[in-house]
Write a protein that binds this ligand. Structure first.
Ligand SMILES: O=C(O)c1ccccc1NCC(=O)[C@H](O)[C@H](O)COP(=O)(O)O
Length: 198
């Protein structure tokens, strides 16, 4: 199973996440987040990464122009987009992107287009809060294009076995006591456990 580790703020955490086996690293370009990273600093990290790891820029209710500029400047290969007001024209997004569903209810998971989505638990502060989604919302739904986020930890990952998610996304579950700083051992344990999940 693919693992994205979100909320990377420094090179050491980035390299340790990759060594742990993460397929993607998330960089939060939302200034109110404790995990916010300046685009220039994200670029410096992105340029030092080895091949076959995807850089993902996370955007919260931004314009197409802002998303394009930051993805270009910070060398992000994928934009992870929260667009609460459904105002973006995706044809104007020049990078690859994935939309975030901030699920409040099972209804939010139904009647979707046949694209990949990152499904996160709804929280007022937008994410990285460790809040979980009720797994029964995914019952009898095809999860093969969903990346599940929200409150995942090494301890609770087993519970998603059998749902067939494309991948998982974790932030606070692999952090140290300090928001924005990752814990190497937690990342190793998380990815190892995720690799056991079907
Ligand atoms: O991490 C943040 O501070 C953040 C701020 C604004 C929007 C999204 C944010 N985080 C998203 C994520 O890191 C994850 O995709 C997801 O929410 C999982 O976080 P967690 O529940 O802490 O594992």
């Amino acid at each position: 199973m693919r693992v994205k580790i979100c909320g990377i703020t420094n090179l050491q955490d980035a390299l340790e996440a990759i060594n742990a086996g993460a397929s993607a690293l998330g960089f939060v370009f939302y200034k109110k987040s404790p995990r916010y990273i300046e685009p220039l600093k994200a670029k410096e990290i992105a340029e030092k990464l080895p091949p076959f790891v995807q850089t993902v820029g996370l955007f919260v209710n931004e314009t197409e122009e802002f998303i394009n500029e930051v993805c270009n400047d910070a060398k992000m290969q994928l934009a992870q987009i929260i667009d609460d007001f459904d105002v973006l024209n995706y044809e104007k997004i020049s990078s690859k992107y994935i939309k975030v569903i901030r699920a409040k209810d099972k209804k939010d998971l139904l009647n979707l287009n046949k694209e990949y989505y990152l499904v996160d638990a709804f929280v007022d502060s937008f994410g990285g809060e460790g809040k979980r989604i009720a797994l029964d919302w995914f019952e009898s739904i095809d999860c093969s294009k969903f990346i599940l986020a929200g409150g995942l930890t090494t301890e609770n990952l087993k519970e998603i076995n059998g749902f067939g998610f494309y991948g998982v996304d974790v932030s606070s579950g692999v952090e140290s006591e300090v928001k924005g700083i990752k814990d190497r051992q937690k990342m190793i344990d998380f990815v190892k456990e995720a690799n056991e999940i079907k």
